[in-house]
Design a protein around this ligand. Structure first.
Ligand SMILES: Cc1ncc(COP(=O)(O)O)c(C=O)c1O
Length: 366
């Protein structure tokens, strides 16, 4: 008998997620700027909370009660409208599998988060990409791509890997133009890096609209990527669907304790936001100064930037120059972005070094 378990036909279309590389082939690494991690680490209060977490021999609180209550108090959201995930990535999977399946479409923008394709395919749905405009999500193109089969629309705002950002008016226009039976997932993994006055109104939509889910994470501005804590908010009906699907104990004891303490240290989050904004602006100036070599930066609201190479220095050559100097960045030819590099905003010193390496490489390529 040659019978073996047969995976579902749509599984073969999935290319497993490729995370940002931590080191070059020779193992050398000066700075890992390939995964949008926080260069300031995390709050010292969060580190101190590890020791106070529930003992590892005990199962965690499956409902993450204290953490949901604290998030609810902080954002003015009823805890029943909050779900915790093992990272916000888990919640994206749950949203797609709760509302889409074989024969359905999951829609997202060209040049958006590479996980979206996997999210769509994992539940057997068809991934559909709407063309981007200037590397950013285009509301008109997204609305034009909606069909009767569209069940879920995933929008990252700010967008990864381009850093682009749709203002509140555009997010509202997107929601208003969507059929009400399409779930709009507003993925706000980088929301804390956006200046408060530029808030895109996602949380308000999630609080008032039955077809909106907002996802957020402790991985970025809170600096807890290794702990795997994300959260989502939407109507009670949507949260109930996701709750049925999630792992029973999806957030560990330590992760709950550390995230709770991190949420209590908003000074750290603000420090991270300011640091990022300052260093990003300084790096933008350095890239603008290389405009005569064909380099430019896509405007970013996130903790990373997309540098576009349109001169003699190619994206691949720039990637190699940085990698051989120990600076790990993200080159994404598979996403049609081979002429660009995504670079996480690190410390000022790291970004100055990167700008200097790019200048040297651009001058040598002339
Ligand atoms: C746009 C976007 N959404 C979601 C995530 C998932 O992050 P996590 O699962 O760590 O919360 C990421 C991570 O890079 C991201 O860039």
């Amino acid at each position: 008998m040659n019978d073996v378990p047969t995976p579902k036909p749509w599984i073969s279309g999935i290319h497993a997620y490729v995370p940002g590389k931590a080191a070059g082939d020779d193992g050398r690494v000066v700075a890992k700027l390939s995964a949008n991690e926080n260069p300031l680490g995390c709050s010292p209060l969060a580190m101190a909370a590890i020791a106070k977490a529930e003992h590892p021999s005990r199962y965690p609180d499956g409902d993450s009660t204290a953490l949901r209550a604290a998030l609810g108090t902080f954002y003015g959201i009823a805890p029943a409208q909050i779900i915790m995930g093992a990272g916000s990535g888990e919640l994206l999977y749950l949203a797609a599998s709760g509302y889409a399946g074989p024969g359905d479409e999951v829609l997202f923008s060209q040049y958006s988060f590479s996980l979206y394709d996997i999210v769509a395919r994992r539940c057997g749905a068809e991934p559909v990409e709407a063309p981007a405009k200037d590397y950013g999500s285009d509301v008109d193109a997204l609305l034009a791509a909606v069909t009767k089969r569209t069940r879920v629309l995933l929008l990252a705002n700010p967008n990864n890997p381009t850093g682009t950002y749709l203002p509140r008016s555009e997010v509202a226009r997107l929601h208003a133009g969507l059929p009400q039976d399409v779930l709009l997932v507003l993925d706000q993994a980088y929301a804390e890096y956006v200046a408060p006055e530029d808030d895109d109104g996602s949380l308000e939509l999630a609080a008032t609209q039955p077809n909106v889910l907002v996802t957020r994470t402790f991985s970025k501005a809170y600096g807890l990527a290794g702990e795997r804590v994300g959260w989502g908010t939407g109507s009670i009906a949507v949260i109930e669907v996701l709750s049925r699907l999630r792992g029973a104990f999806n957030v560990s004891n330590t992760a709950q304790a550390i995230a709770l303490a991190a949420l209590g240290d908003q000074a750290f989050v603000e420090q991270s936001r300011r640091h990022n904004a300052e260093v990003r602006a300084r790096f933008a100036q350095a890239i603008t100064a290389l405009g005569n070599h064909g380099l430019r930066m896509v405007p970013s609201e996130a903790n990373f930037v997309l540098v576009v190479f349109e001169g003699a220095l190619s994206g691949e050559a720039a990637y190699q120059a940085l990698t051989s100097a120990g600076y790990m960045t993200r080159w994404l030819p598979g996403q049609g972005l081979g002429h660009t590099l995504r670079i996480t905003i690190g410390t000022a010193e790291q970004m100055d070094a990167i700008a200097a390496i790019l200048r040297g490489a651009a001058e040598a390529a002339k």
